[in-house]
Write a protein that binds this ligand. Structure first.
Ligand SMILES: CC(C)(COP(=O)(O)OP(=O)(O)OC[C@H]1O[C@@H](n2cnc3c(N)ncnc32)[C@H](O)[C@@H]1OP(=O)(O)O)[C@@H](O)C(=O)NCCC(=O)NCCS
Length: 164
């Protein structure tokens, strides 16, 4: 199947919200926050600080999305704020496609580094394997950050490491 990567548009709102809702990893608070950010992006309230890109199928329906933005006060550093793939489509390299696409854009923008944070909980084992597989390395860990027993893991990918 042909998959096209493009920016998220108004017509995608319900589909992206459904992808957020269907991801068991996210808490209700995280789901609320992710959907709120989508709404702000679509209404241009975030003024380019948060950019949403999706991978769409042949019917132009999003199967997954990534939200990223330039990290304030840091020189050419970008954050990945959210990435989520429709559960039935996970493990089919859509996440990898979104990361590759993002790297291409950021390289042109002169980015030095991409940073992403996630949880050390076992329910995120697959997510951490994914980041490592697509070339991120664990840069640090903050013990008990999210709650006692739930560390924050910070992954970094230097743009110099990107393939052409
Ligand atoms: C994490 C996520 C974005 C990955 O996207 P994906 O499309 O499922 O992953 P891909 O198919 O592109 O996988 C790329 C690589 O990651 C690794 N990976 C993916 N799924 C994996 C799994 N279940 N177990 C171990 N490694 C896995 C593999 O090494 C894979 O490479 P391979 O296909 O050559 O073996 C997606 O699974 C997801 O939405 N998860 C739930 C939400 C989430 O945790 N978001 C991140 C919040 S911080």
């Amino acid at each position: 199947m042909e998959i096209r990567i493009r920016e998220v548009a108004h017509k995608d709102k319900e589909t992206i919200e459904s992808i957020i809702r269907s991801n068991e990893n996210f808490t209700d608070e995280e789901k609320y926050c992710a959907a709120e950010l989508l709404d702000f992006y679509l209404r241009d309230i975030t003024k380019g600080e948060y950019i949403f890109v999706c991978a769409a199928d042949e019917a132009d329906k999003p199967l997954g999305y990534i939200c990223y933005g330039k990290t304030p006060f840091a020189d050419n550093v970008y954050d990945i704020y959210w990435i989520a793939i429709e559960p039935a489509w996970q493990g089919k390299r859509i996440g990898q496609m979104l990361i590759k696409y993002l790297e291409g854009i950021l390289k042109k923008n002169g980015a030095r580094m991409i940073v992403v944070e996630t949880s050390a909980q076992s329910k995120y084992n697959k997510t951490r394997s994914f980041y490592e597989k697509v070339g991120f390395r664990e840069a640090s860990r903050v013990k008990d950050f999210y709650r006692v027993g739930d560390d924050k893991v910070i992954y970094v990918k230097e743009i110099g490491e990107l393939e052409n």
